[in-house]
Structures are given as structure tokens and as C-alpha cells.
Design a protein around this ligand. Structure first.
Ligand SMILES: [Zn+2]
Length: 91
């Protein structure tokens, strides 16, 4: 009998929907307080997950969900960068 592969479930910080790693994208804050999109899911640092779409990312930004997740004030320029990055991996 084959064992069922366990898929790690993550929760979107914007809409609270749970999904597997493929439908969510990881955002990481590293030790230097740099915040960036981590499509590989392997970067070191504190991670937060959002659905891999602009709606949820925008929602997370507007509701300051990242500020809470990372316990810091995230600058607008960083948010703009995240949206740009998401568009790149989306297409
Ligand atoms: Zn979502």
C-alpha cells in the first residue's frame, strides 16, 4: 500500500483560505529586514503566505497583514515591489 503524500497546508494572510504550496506564494522577511517574494519557498527568514494573485496581495497590503505578520512597518515601495514580482511569476 502506498502512503499518501502529505502536502503542507498554508493559509493566506489576506483571505484566510487554506491551500497547498502551489496556490499560495511565500513572502519572506530575512534577517536584514528585506522583504521579498520567494517563489521557491526556500529562502531563510520569516515567511507569510498569500494566494498567488494580485487581489489577495493587494488585500494583504491594504489591511496591513504583512505589518502584523512581520511585526514591522512595511514601506510602500516594498509593497510595490512585491506586486511587480507577483506579476512576473503570474505570467
Ligand atoms: Zn487569499
Amino acid at each position: 500500500m502506498q502512503k499518501k503524500k502529505k502536502v503542507p497546508q498554508r493559509k493566506c494572510i489576506a483571505c484566510q483560505v487554506r491551500g497547498d504550496k502551489k496556490s499560495l506564494v511565500r513572502v519572506v522577511k530575512n534577517k536584514e529586514n528585506d522583504i521579498f517574494l520567494d517563489p521557491t519557498g526556500r529562502a531563510n527568514g520569516r515567511g507569510a503566505y498569500v494566494c498567488a494573485n494580485k487581489e489577495c496581495l493587494s488585500k494583504a497590503i491594504k489591511s496591513k497583514a504583512f505589518n502584523r505578520a512581520f511585526k514591522m512597518d512595511v514601506e510602500d515601495s516594498i509593497y510595490e515591489h512585491l506586486l511587480d514580482e507577483l506579476e512576473k511569476i503570474d505570467s
